[in-house]
Design a protein around this ligand. Sequence first.
Ligand code: MF3
Ligand code: CO
Length: 249
Amino acid sequence: MIVLKSDREIKIMRESNQIVKEVLNELSLRAEEGITTRELDRLAEEKIRKHGATPAFLGYRGYPFTICASVNEEVVHGFPSKRRLRKGDIISIDVGACYQGYYGDAAVTVPVGEVSELALRLIAVTRESLELAIEKVRVGNRIFDISAVIQDRVESEGFSVVRDFVGHGIGREMHEPPQIPNFRMDEGSVQVKIKPGMVLAIEPMVNAGSCEVDILADGWTAVTRDRSLSAHFEHTVAATADGPMVLSS
Ligand code: MF3
Ligand code: CO
């Protein structure tokens, strides 16, 4: 069942997402050559707790960290580690927080120092596909409109959309219906009509090469099968009578 949120609930979700946003902003600045992804994880956990919130991912289905830190060919759910970031890397940072019983969820991909033209274009196209998708969060549209615009933008640039993971409704649970695929589907959640009070976490995952992914032996880290670069952006967005309200920006 899709749970519609009241204005009061959306206000709280805005706060959860503002905490997420602040953490992401800080981590983006700190994602420089030499820092380890574990250090980024530490910073995130401290900051989330300082706001009186709890890390949403930590312990979720056994996930052992506060953030997902996915470098280069890692798509999503990368484990923070002793790996040091190097110039030329790109890192996708995904952060979730629970505040007053409501979840916030957002992600960005940032370059570490100077990166390749390809990497910059991949990041730009993935971000643009999310921006176009947010514009579709309008009453009367369907989830399909979100899925289609993401796929079209990504594929028109010669990149591919990951099929194995999807966006989701969010609220008192981190993952609620409807699922939000980043590609066209004929049936299922894509048929859902957008209503005021729906809160959606939209999260395109885009590969420079083929869309296939593998899961590493840690059981979590998704990597591109062809080891091409991958980018990921996510925003939590409320549908209102007046249009999309991005809670995480
Ligand atoms: N943003 C991701 C999602 O919505 C993060 C989940 S990571 C997990 O699914 F570890 F918590 F699963
Ligand atoms: Co999410």
